[in-house]
Design a protein around this ligand. Sequence first.
Ligand SMILES: C[S@@+](CC[C@H](N)C(=O)[O-])C[C@H]1O[C@@H](n2cnc3c(N)ncnc32)[C@H](O)[C@@H]1O
Length: 225
Amino acid sequence: MEPDFWHERWKLGQTGFHQDAVHDDLVQHANWLLGGGPKRLLVPLCGKSRDLHWAGAQGHRVTGVELSPVAARAMYQEQGLPFDESSVGPFGRVGSTDVSVLTGDVFALQPDILRSTLGDLPDRLWDRAALVALRPDQRPRYLQALRRVLAPGARVLLNSLVYDPTLHDGPPWSVDEPEVRALWEDAQVDLVDRVDVLEQEPRWKERGHQWFRRDLYHITLPDPT
Ligand SMILES: C[S@@+](CC[C@H](N)C(=O)[O-])C[C@H]1O[C@@H](n2cnc3c(N)ncnc32)[C@H](O)[C@@H]1O
């Protein structure tokens, strides 16, 4: 979608995708994603997700990327947490040393920008409602941006949604397993959980869907060293 679409959503408070709790998939898979010492976690298209401060409180360094400065500020204001504002290259930066949000376009990410917020390249990534929030034609460019900045051997926890696309046009878009495997091509892609969540998603039932699936992947990048 165009940036104006998202800025408008944040301005009008139309943020039904936001969850007031830390995401259960992140909590359940924290050992795999974040176990074994402090990590550098990238959270693209982060909104005002609680997940960033949760990971920060476990000792990890966290950087989110979000178009909307309104969302980035809300992530701190709503928790009563202090933050400052500066800029890094083409991005605004909202937050503290350990947990910050780059405000701007994820497609503009560059390695040096993340080195400056995380100390080094991110070695972990949490994608919830990010890949599925991008138009199908934007996905390869999104993957290029991520691959440009992720450290070799990085781990990715990906929460994807799959539904009958003839019944709905995104966002969120349906991203099925063949597409995930094609996008992450040379990485190790393991589908670790698949559940039909239609009962928890009344809006999708009302739209006539018979099923609505959440697929969860562990993805490990190659490490040539
Ligand atoms: C569906 S929401 C998901 C937010 C968050 N991941 C969550 O789980 O609550 C998608 C978010 O991505 C942001 N966004 C959309 N396109 C973007 C882009 N090109 N670069 C950075 N952020 C973007 C939107 O402003 C919106 O907050």
